[in-house]
Design a protein around this ligand. Structure first.
Ligand SMILES: [Mg+2]
Length: 236
């Protein structure tokens, strides 16, 4: 059987919900707002607030990604729409957004398993981060975890490139920054839409961090535990 693995020369990691647990930070920050603004939000189940916020935020990010909204619109509108959906009138969206960002920052987590795997991979391959997000926020995350930044050969943030994953241009930009041909690049990420489709569309190799490891797209390595990624990469 001819299944010699294709060489990998450079590994790019996604940041949110791959190296860092963004969803935990989002949910925890909303939990803090639920307590802080208990007089206005306390009668609502926290889960309803978390799910409603998330649903609005996803739609707004899609519009931002399509160039239909600016950053400041996304930040304001996600809370305007949340308050509208919850029929809460006595709170200001801008105040909530500011409180949210302050709390969100406090809840960033670089999990132990992700941390160990990141360093093991970085000991063997040059590594980079390729992330969708606001420049200021993504830089703040790397300032919080300087051990990630220290090991990066390249850092590519959608806000600074002008294209978001899965757009082929941001992958092309990242490949050029790494000085590596697309087929020798591996992307490690959690999102089917942004990461798997983006990387495969750009001709990269893909390691998909997903709980659904049953039906991997052709040529994609799926993992749900960080050890599995390291074993797979180091055995090559
Ligand atoms: Mg992600």
């Amino acid at each position: 059987m001819n299944c010699k693995p294709k060489p990998i020369q450079f590994v790019y990691f996604d940041l949110d919900d791959t190296l860092l647990d963004h969803r935990h930070a989002e949910r925890s920050a909303l939990g803090d707002l639920h307590r802080t603004y208990g007089a206005h939000l306390g009668h609502l189940p926290l889960e309803q607030i978390q799910e409603t916020y998330h649903a609005h935020n996803v739609v707004l990010w899609q519009k931002y990604s399509a160039g239909e909204l600016r950053q400041e619109d996304v930040r304001r509108l996600r809370f305007e729409r949340l308050l509208e959906s919850l029929a809460v009138e006595a709170l200001e969206a801008d105040v909530l957004n500011e409180a949210y960002m302050e709390r969100y920052t406090q809840h960033w987590v670089f999990g132990e398993a992700a941390r160990a795997a990141f360093h093991a991979v970085a000991d063997r391959y040059p590594v980079g981060v390729l992330t969708n997000g606001f420049s200021e926020v993504q830089h703040a995350k790397l300032d919080r975890f300087p051990e990630i930044r220290k090991r990066l050969g390249t850092l590519v943030i959608s806000d600074e490139v002008g294209y978001m994953k899965p757009h082929p241009r941001i992958f092309a930009h990242a490949a050029e920054a790494a000085g590596t041909p697309p087929e020798a690049l591996l992307y490690v990420g959690d999102s089917y839409h942004s990461d798997v489709q983006g990387a495969l569309g750009a001709g990269w190799q893909m390691a998909w961090f997903t709980l659904d490891t049953e039906t991997p797209p052709e040529g994609v390595f799926c993992f749900d535990a960080w050890d599995a990624l390291v074993d797979w990469l180091l055995a090559r």
